[in-house]
Design a protein around this ligand. Sequence first.
Ligand SMILES: Nc1ncnc2c1ncn2[C@@H]1O[C@H](COP(=O)(O)OP(=O)(O)OP(=O)(O)O)[C@@H](O)[C@H]1O
Length: 264
Amino acid sequence: MLKVKNVNKIFNEATADEKIALNDIDLLLAPGDFVTIIGSNGAGKSTLMSTISGALTPDIGDISINEKIVTKLPEYKRSKYIGRVFQDPMAGTAPNMTIEENLAIAYSRKKNRGLRNAINRRRKDFFIESLQMLGLNLESRLSAKVGLLSGGERQALSLLMATFTKPDILLLDEHTAALDPSRAEIITNLTKNLVAKDQLTTLMVTHNMQQALDLGNRLIMMDKGQIILEVGPDKKPYLTIDDLMSEFQRIRGEKMVSDRALLS
Ligand SMILES: Nc1ncnc2c1ncn2[C@@H]1O[C@H](COP(=O)(O)OP(=O)(O)OP(=O)(O)O)[C@@H](O)[C@H]1O
């Protein structure tokens, strides 16, 4: 369970560049909820993800995971509970280490064990089994350096590393945005399957409106640091892109500006 309570984040406070990136954000995710986030340019989507992961500390408010307040817990300690996949396929993995070593690091993060301890026969079998789920034949390349993989393969591996330890919260930060359409589709389907397999509580930022409609049971729309629309499981299956655009216009009195949504 994830609770974001009254979270505010202000950059460059009390200067000419002051920016209220998050303005009184309240959000509650029940176990197994999969919430997609869309919004305008600079709405605060990435800032929200970073305050949840611990990369940023809110100026006001609290973040709780499973009823435990983690607001002040540093990112490396929070990584025990949180899996995160970034837009950049280079960000989630270590290029000079092998596929097996990368998986071992992700595995040991959750289990609090060292790297050496993490590689043994039973664990290797688990890694092979997990890689087989990706359907990319990476299980036959366990000793290949991750830097040699394509962007799509690397993103699939990042997704696996973020999910195979069943994190309490999975954060997906535009994780298909840097891929070409066919690879993006593979990763989108993989996301659906991996999240459904373990009913992971998931928050996904996307600029792709169709993806935001296709995935998850809830959707939120952000603008200027606020959540301006929440759609629950009762209405989300019937929602269209036109509905989203006209809702934004109705609430804000202007058209949504999202350069990246237009490009997708
Ligand atoms: N480190 C920072 N220092 C100053 N301002 C920042 C910083 N990070 C973000 N901002 C500002 O805070 C606001 C929210 O940024 P954020 O990246 O969270 O938006 P976003 O919704 O992810 O935007 P986009 O979809 O355009 O990537 C923006 O106006 C941005 O310029």
